[in-house]
Design a protein around this ligand. Structure first.
Ligand SMILES: [Zn+2]
Length: 405
């Protein structure tokens, strides 16, 4: 029945979630059994899909046309074939039981309004801008929330400290004991586990006596950041890293503008996180990497110094240059890791596959001790940044010290 109503791409929205099929299935099973836990910790790396999944579950909880167990058997679920997408997560394909799992239609008024919260960065920026336009006295007392549906409240870390603050949790407490206005279940999504101490303690009080009609999602890259007492009152689900081959395969359809070489590179650099692969700034990365290569080659005694100084000179002081040098350092670490892989005969783990030949030459010129010294040198540059040393000079010092050694 459900299958006949909708357009091809909107048939089974949970199947749009890439990877971690087993975790998604368990969550949907709990939804089907009406034993969904009041507090769920969704753990996973940045870009693993925690927020996407929480919003999908919020829609499944509140969809007005949600397919129920009774609907099972009347439709003919055929997984990937009906959606026209490559099914790699195994959620729907070839599992008869999966047709009984709750899903969401993606087009009813609850689904569409909840989906408006999907672009979290944009929604938060809007809320921050709205706060900026308030009178000074109101500004101080206004906390950042994202709400596109009356029953789904998203609580992001509040700038500029980027922590969840006690006033945000108080706001949740004020609302959470009221029944949902338009949906079946009210949903609260904390998008970070960086809680101020008082905020965490307040949240704990809610978790001690949660209302039956509310669900709290706590998203975190590291559950260890949450109070043990919060963890023990929640159920933890982890979104694991996807194999890079799987990400590469998904990118064929989702990023067709990239060529095969670029897709292979992005897949390896996104460390198993589909969200990172989709939003990966490849051009920015390649720019950083060309600088990193100039530095490493100079440090290996192979490059010329005028090029080194020209490159490092572009790393200027000030807030603007911070991101640039941070991305350079990340890239340098990645290249050193690749060199280490090559030296230890684990070439299949190299991430910068598109410059393999170049890396192999460098790996021959450097020995293991050199790579280790380079890593230590980068640590030194990082410490220098915190002490506000001149960035260009720190980078020159890094390369020349390695060269002498
Ligand atoms: Zn719906």
């Amino acid at each position: 029945m459900f299958l006949c109503l909708c357009g091809a791409m909107e048939l089974m929205p949970f199947s749009d979630f890439i990877g971690n099929g087993e975790t998604v299935r368990r969550l949907r099973e709990m939804l089907a059994s009406d034993h969904f836990p009041p507090a769920v910790i969704l753990a996973g790396a940045e870009g693993a899909g925690k927020y996407t999944l929480a919003l999908m579950l919020a829609r499944a909880m509140n969809c007005l046309e949600r397919p129920t167990q009774q609907a099972a058997g009347r439709g003919t679920p055929s997984g990937g074939a009906t959606t026209g997408k490559t099914m790699t997560d195994g959620v729907m394909s070839g599992e008869p039981a999966s047709s009984q799992l709750p899903d969401f239609c993606g087009r009813c008024s609850n689904c569409t309004r909840i989906a408006l919260a999907q672009d979290l960065e944009l929604r938060v920026a809007e809320a921050v801008e709205a706060r900026e336009n308030l009178r000074d006295t109101d500004k101080k007392e206004t906390r950042i929330f994202v709400q596109t549906h009356p029953d789904v409240l998203v609580i992001p870390p509040d700038p500029p400290q980027l922590m969840i603050k006690v006033d945000q949790v108080r706001h949740v407490i004020q609302r959470i004991y009221y029944r949902p206005a338009e949906g079946r279940e009210s949903v609260y999504i904390f998008t970070s586990s960086a809680f101020m101490k008082e905020a965490a303690n307040s949240l704990l009080k809610v978790l001690e006596e949660p209302p039956k009609f509310a669900t709290i999602f706590l998203l975190t890259e590291n559950p260890g950041e949450l109070l043990p007492t919060i963890r023990s009152r929640s159920m933890i689900f982890t979104l694991g890293a996807l194999p890079s081959a799987e990400i590469e395969g998904q990118l064929v359809q989702l990023r067709p503008e990239r060529n095969a070489r670029q897709r292979a590179l992005v897949a390896r650099l996104s460390e198993g996180a589909m969200g990172r692969a989709l939003s990966f700034d490849l051009e920015g990365y390649v720019a950083s990497r060309s600088h990193a290569l100039v530095m490493l080659k100079a440090a290996l005694g192979a490059g010329d110094h005028s090029e080194l100084f020209k490159t490092t000179e572009s790393y200027r002081p000030g807030a603007e240059g911070r991101e640039k040098i941070e991305s350079l350092l990340r890239t340098l670490y990645l290249l050193l890791e690749d060199l280490m892989c090559l030296q230890s005969g684990a070439g299949q783990l190299v991430r910068n596959t598109d410059i393999l030949g170049e890396l192999q030459k460098m790996a021959q010129a450097a020995d293991f001790a050199w790579v280790q010294r380079a890593s230590e040198g980068l640590g030194e540059v990082e410490r220098g940044l915190r002490r506000n040393l001149l960035r260009s000079l720190s980078l020159d010092a890094f390369a020349t010290a390695l060269e002498r050694a």
